[in-house]
Design a protein around this ligand. Structure first.
Ligand SMILES: Cc1cc2nc3c(=O)[nH]c(=O)nc-3n(C[C@H](O)[C@H](O)[C@H](O)COP(=O)(O)OP(=O)(O)OC[C@H]3O[C@@H](n4cnc5c(N)ncnc54)[C@H](O)[C@@H]3O)c2cc1C
Length: 420
């Protein structure tokens, strides 16, 4: 068997693995990057609806970490070492200009995730990183608390240090199928049960299919269980063929998942959060009087998206052709309620196939946050989504990859006795 020797072997060429490879090579290490797909960064191409929300411009790093929940503080060392400013500078220095949108979401000025992938491919070449694609690893062999080599069918790779950045389990068709967890477990690491997160919500009401594709801006969505409000958010959402998605739903999906363990949960959409019940009632009454000879379907088009009107009228039991002046007080009350508290019953969450991120993964207790090195295997490092670390939408999850990848790559390189 022919065996090649490197300073650092990285398994998984997603954002975390590519950033780690670049930093390690900048520090002088001879790096091999192993990827099972025919090209690196397949998931990266899909990010931000193919626009790639690179990071979030949140200036306070503690707040940034807090937004990742209880595990967020693990990220602080990596963030202070290579944080948001350094990430944006990195892209600018490499001729990728950025722009910041609502909620601090940072995107390439070109709106093309492909440009982000292209930048990494160029730098991998420039830094003389050995990239092995279509790579099928058979085994990672270990002696006591050190990895010895990576074994393929007819060859092997030996390195001083190894880095696992194989991602999670979400969107498995992009290559993230969880082998990293299996290897980490075999080497003694604890895997916190991976679960889909940032996922669309499925509802019982089959008629949502009629609303598929309808995107909602400036709405408030509340989640209830046992008639008690559990969570609510203001922002954008989207009807899918089987429920709801979009930023506020994705961000609430983790808490909805937890509620479902205890029983049913209900969603209420307030399509008019800026108007309270009284003001909205006045507005509807005014429109019904002003345009009394028009059909209710047309009158409502001033207030609601077109696609929503037949559904609302059906639920209120009002014939869309009825004239405004014929609408009764009782019917007006029903309309008002549907506009402020449009009810849906949660059936469940979409699985890994549609989850933006995996929550759970390699336990952070077994990793040194100052270096990303395993506390169990002396020459093993971790970076990216494989870690038990996940954040909300808005660029947080890619920043986890840039920061942990950079730190892991640098630490692995610095602990290496370089080959000449
Ligand atoms: C649709 C979608 C949109 C998203 N949009 C955003 C966004 O705009 N902003 C944001 O911050 N986050 C976004 N995310 C999340 C973000 O994409 C992930 O956090 C990020 O890709 C994780 O990077 P990673 O390098 O850890 O893992 P991955 O990107 O999953 O990369 C892991 C790599 O390892 C390879 N691999 C796996 N197993 C093996 C093996 N056995 N041998 C060799 N190679 C292997 C895989 O093929 C893959 O290339 C989005 C996710 C999805 C699914």
């Amino acid at each position: 068997m022919q065996t090649e020797k490197y300073d650092l072997a990285i398994i998984g060429a997603g954002p975390a693995g590519m950033m780690a490879a670049l930093r390690a090579s900048e520090c002088g290490a001879m790096v091999v990057l192993l990827e099972k797909n025919s090209t690196p960064g397949i998931k990266l191409l899909m990010t931000g609806k193919e626009r790639c929300n690179i990071t979030n411009s949140e200036p306070d790093l503690r707040k940034f970490a807090d937004n990742l929940g209880k595990n967020g503080k693990f990220l602080l060392n990596a963030l202070y070492h290579f944080g948001i400013k350094e990430t944006i500078d990195f892209f600018h220095k490499n001729n990728l200009q950025t722009k910041t949108e609502r909620g601090g979401r940072v995107f390439p000025e070109s709106d093309r995730a492909k440009d982000v992938q292209g930048l990494f491919l160029r730098l991998i070449k420039k830094n003389k990183i050995t990239l092995l694609t279509d790579c099928r690893i058979k085994k990672i062999s270990r002696r006591q608390n050190r990895i010895e080599k990576i074994i393929f069918d007819n060859s092997g790779i030996k390195a001083e240090n190894y880095l696992l950045s194989t991602g999670g389990l979400s969107y498995p068709r992009t290559g993230s199928t969880g082998e990293g967890y299996v290897w980490a477990r075999q080497m003694g690491h604890t895997i916190i049960k991976p679960e889909p997160a940032l996922t669309p919500v499925l509802v019982k009401e089959r008629w949502v299919k009629e609303l598929e594709g309808l995107s909602l801006k400036n709405v408030r969505i509340s989640i209830y269980q046992d008639n008690k409000k559990q969570d609510d958010r203001f922002g954008e959402a989207l009807f899918t063929g089987s429920g709801l998605s979009g930023p506020i739903i994705l961000d609430m999906s983790k808490s909805i998942g937890r509620l479902l363990v205890n029983g049913e949960a209900d969603i209420f959409i307030d399509f008019k959060p800026a108007l309270d019940f009284k003001v909205l009632d006045k507005r509807i009454l005014h429109d019904l009087e002003e345009y009394g000879n028009k059909s209710i379907k047309n009158i409502l088009s001033e207030l609601l998206p077109k696609k929503l009107i037949p559904v609302i009228l059906e639920l209120a039991g009002i014939d869309p052709k009825r004239k405004g002046h014929s609408i009764t007080k009782e019917e007006r009350k029903k309309l008002r309620l549907l506009l402020k508290e449009f009810p849906l019953t949660v059936e469940g969450l979409s699985g890994f196939n549609k989850a933006i991120i995996t929550t759970g993964g390699v336990s952070l207790k077994e990793i040194d946050p100052k270096t990303m090195r395993s506390r169990i295997i002396k020459n093993l490092y971790f970076a990216g989504e494989i870690l038990d670390l996940d954040g909300p939408t808005g660029g947080y999850n890619l920043q986890v990859c840039w920061s942990t990848g950079y730190l892991a790559g640098e630490s692995a390189a610095k602990s290496t006795v370089f080959h000449t």
